[in-house]
Design a protein around this ligand. Structure first.
Ligand SMILES: [Zn+2]
Ligand SMILES: [Zn+2]
Length: 341
């Protein structure tokens, strides 16, 4: 079931399925250039997804062997998973922002044992209960087959035009969802002359109905106290000011009025921060905060892996509150607790 859309002006998209994932599919964009087609993202690393991508490219009048280059919005496997296979088939270059390229290299170099130790320490510090942490201590680490992401060979430099002959595609750095997430601004006039400035490939940064996950940037080698939610909110404003005529996101569907969607997301996070601050009338660990925050289902029904993601999201919100001077860590608390100020 190949599903391809023609967005006009030499831009098409193919839906590449993400197995067993409620997101459903990644939209892989095919941008015609004078040197051959360039892909924006590639999709999940899975044989069926690869077949669907290949069929989609055929339906777009090209094939995996004809790809000139691959531009990656961020390192997540539903975006970067098939890049290596595309490069093998075609000799295409792969471009990514340096911060996400560093994550890709680290993923390849870090032993799984080190990750388990890092995750264990992180969850303990966040106040996770023993029954949650214990399985990590006894886990038998193994590499997942097909899960060694391709190391990119070009760097996406924020503000620069990408090397797409005959096109004007500019990199807009939008950290938050990942530290090296980029949106790509196709500066040419919209093919149907919709009002606004060109079109924006928004990756996971700006989606029509989904609020992207914002957690902590995970790096066992770097103890810098980052503020991913602060980065994300800044990045949202940057993209809102661009006022593109149309947004071409990596999931769901194409939409217009990016500034309105930006306002919705800014309001959503402002409300979330206010709600969180209300919870902090009593000192709470990040784990306790996560248990009390609102999710898409009750905490008791949230599976193991998603709880880790939820705690990371709670921590990103706590970081933001601390940075804004609206909460602080209780001195001497261990695991650390936070309280509103
Ligand atoms: Zn993502
Ligand atoms: Zn995604």
């Amino acid at each position: 079931m190949t599903q391809v859309s023609d967005h006009g002006g030499g831009v098409r998209s193919a839906r590449v399925p993400i197995p067993d994932n409620p997101l459903g599919y990644t939209l892989v964009y095919v941008v015609d250039t004078d040197a051959g087609p360039v892909l924006v993202d590639t999709g999940w690393d899975d044989p069926a997804s690869w077949d669907t991508l290949a069929e989609g490219l055929e339906a777009c009048g090209t094939s995996p062997t004809d790809i000139h280059g691959v531009v990656i919005t961020h390192h997540h496997p539903d975006h970067h998973g098939l890049s290596g296979q595309v490069r093998e088939a075609s000799g295409a270059w792969i471009a990514m922002h340096a911060a996400d390229a560093a994550i890709v290299r680290r993923t390849g170099e870090t032993r799984p044992e080190r990750w388990f130790a890092y995750m264990t320490a992180k969850l303990e510090a966040a106040g996770a209960p023993e029954d949650h942490v214990a399985p990590l201590r006894t886990a038998r680490p193994r590499r997942l087959p097909g899960f060694s992401p391709a190391v990119p060979d070009r760097e996406i430099v924020p503000g620069d035009l990408l090397p797409l002959p005959g096109r004007r595609l500019r990199a807009i750095w939008t950290p938050g969802h990942t530290p090296g997430h980029v949106c790509l601004h196709l500066e040419e006039q919209h093919p149907a002359r919709l009002p606004g400035h060109g079109r924006l490939f928004s990756g996971d940064h700006l989606l029509p109905e989904i609020t992207p996950h914002i957690g902590l940037y995970e790096d066992p080698d770097d103890a810098t106290v980052t503020d991913p939610l602060g980065d994300y909110l800044d990045s949202l404003e940057r993209v809102g000011r661009l006022a593109p005529a149309e947004v071409l996101p990596a999931h769901q569907y194409v939409f217009t009025d990016a500034p309105a969607r930006v306002r919705e997301l800014l309001t959503h996070h402002e409300e979330r921060l206010d709600g969180l601050r209300t919870l902090l009338v009593e000192p709470l660990t990040p784990w306790q905060v996560a248990e009390r925050m609102e999710w898409n289902r009750p905490w008791a029904e949230i599976p193991y892996g998603s709880r880790n993601i939820a705690v990371s999201e709670a921590e990103a919100h706590l970081r933001r509150l601390v940075k804004l001077g609206r909460a602080e860590a209780v001195a001497g608390s261990e695991p650390v607790t936070y309280v509103a100020v």
